[in-house]
Design a protein around this ligand. Structure first.
Ligand code: SAH
Ligand code: SF4
Length: 390
């Protein structure tokens, strides 16, 4: 048998794409340069979108050459991209040898919201989520996470001559792509720092949202480290149903999760006149969690936790064991929440012509984990291996 191994192509150069301002300042000090170079280079990378040191005209030629020898600016490789007629853009990006992630950009008026992935796959296996069905492959690096924002932003400059005062295209980032961001905390937090950083994307903390299925201990750490908007994937108004839909609930039940949400808000209570709220995401699954009884239970559950609701019509994927709730049921559910005084929005299903749904795209492009095969054969009652729909 031929057991020859192809050496993987890995670079020993420092990738500046994933460095926060502090890390880049240390990097420049470490190579005997002035600290202020970090701010200049951050702007070139994130605001002007360059990946070639040669284009950094306010950096001396000698330093540009030095940087080219020891460092690089390397984002994920785009293997598939689609731009929809309604302005939605999606990218499938290759990270490492065989892993794919996705990022989806959804425009809405003046806003351009990018949905960013934090892991390849996810270990938490929520029953309605196609990412969960792909199993977990690995955490993304900070460069791979911020690289999605970098690529999306650059896509608006394509073909334009380099300008130093480029307006950044992305106005909002939601960590709602593949993966559970709080289980990749050490890479996600620096990436979010770059999103907030004035010399990089300069987004306000209300425009960067972390979405979690409820990893309670990490929610407390998040509050200690960074101040961003928080969304929680609630999806059920009681533990029995949530145990089934979001299995991490068996470890951290609703009472603990909501207490952690209140602690998170408590840290920032003095700001914004105490008006800050957690966005509770609630996927609408026909006949499962979408009845008026569920809505009334939800009203009671959330009464002590400043919340607003975002109802997400279920996005079907091949062999999913659920159907999307009917429009009239979603509206009736919304009315019960609204009558009880909650802000309750319904997520619009944009980009339907390119199938843009956070956390689902890669599942349609590839799905090679054994878990998917097992799950598939359970669904089919056959040994058939998962075949992508595309
Ligand atoms: N792991 C994190 C973030 C990624 S998922 C989390 O669970 O919050 C982002 C959002 O999409 C979550 O609210 C998730 O529950 C929801 N989601 C997953 N699969 C979905 C589907 N098929 N239809 C609609 N929403 C889905
Ligand atoms: Fe993971 Fe979030 Fe999907 Fe659950 S919903 S499996 S936590 S990505």
């Amino acid at each position: 048998m031929n057991t020859e191994v192809t050496p993987s192509i890995s670079s020993s150069k420092a990738n500046l794409l994933g460095m926060t301002r502090e890390q880049m300042e240390d990097f420049f000090l470490g190579i005997g340069e002035k600290k202020f170079r970090a701010q200049q280079v951050l702007k070139w990378i994130h605001q002007i979108g360059v990946d070639d040191f040669g284009q950094m005209t306010n950096v001396s030629k000698a330093l540009r050459q030095k940087l080219a020898a020891i460092a690089e600016i390397r984002g994920p490789e785009v293997v598939h991209r689609e731009y929809s007629a309604d302005g939605t853009r999606k990218w499938v990006m290759k990270v490492g040898n065989n892993s794919m992630i996705e990022a989806v950009l959804i425009p809405d008026g003046d806003r351009k919201t990018l949905c960013v992935s934090s892991q390849v796959g996810c270990s938490l296996d929520c029953s309605f989520c196609s990412t969960g069905k792909q199993g977990f492959q690995r955490d993304l690096t900070t460069a791979e996470i911020i690289g999605q924002v970098w690529i999306a932003n650059r896509s608006y400059f394509e073909g334009e001559p380099i300008r130093e005062n480029r307006e950044r295209a992305i106005t909002n980032v939601v960590m709602m792509g593949m993966g559970e961001p709080l289980l990749n905390f050490d890479n996600v937090v620096p990436a979010m720092r770059l999103m907030l950083e004035d010399c990089a994307y300069g987004l306000s903390k209300r425009r960067v949202t972390l979405s979690t299925s409820g990893v309670v201990p990490m929610l407390d750490r998040l509050g200690e480290e960074i101040d961003v908007a928080l969304a929680v994937s609630l999806h059920a108004p009681n533990d029995a149903l949530r145990d089934e839909l979001v299995p991490i609930n068996r470890k951290y039940p609703l009472s603990e999760l909501l207490a952690a949400c209140r602690r998170y808000l408590g840290r920032f209570q003095s700001e914004e006149g105490g008006r800050r709220k957690i966005t509770m995401e609630y996927v609408m699954l026909a006949g499962v969690n979408d009845t008026p009884v569920h809505a009334r239970e939800l009203v009671k559950l959330l009464k002590d936790t400043p919340s607003k609701l975002n109802l997400i019509p279920f996005n079907p994927f091949p062999h999913a064991p659920y159907a999307r709730s009917r429009r009239e049921d979603i509206l009736a559910f919304q009315k019960i929440l609204a009558d009880a005084g909650y802000i309750c929005t319904i997520r619009s299903t944009r980009g339907d012509d390119i199938d843009a749904a956070c956390g689902q795209l890669v599942g349609q492009v590839q799905d090679r984990t054994r878990r998917a095969e097992r799950w598939q054969s359970r669904q089919d009652g056959s040994r058939e291996i998962f075949r992508s729909a595309t």
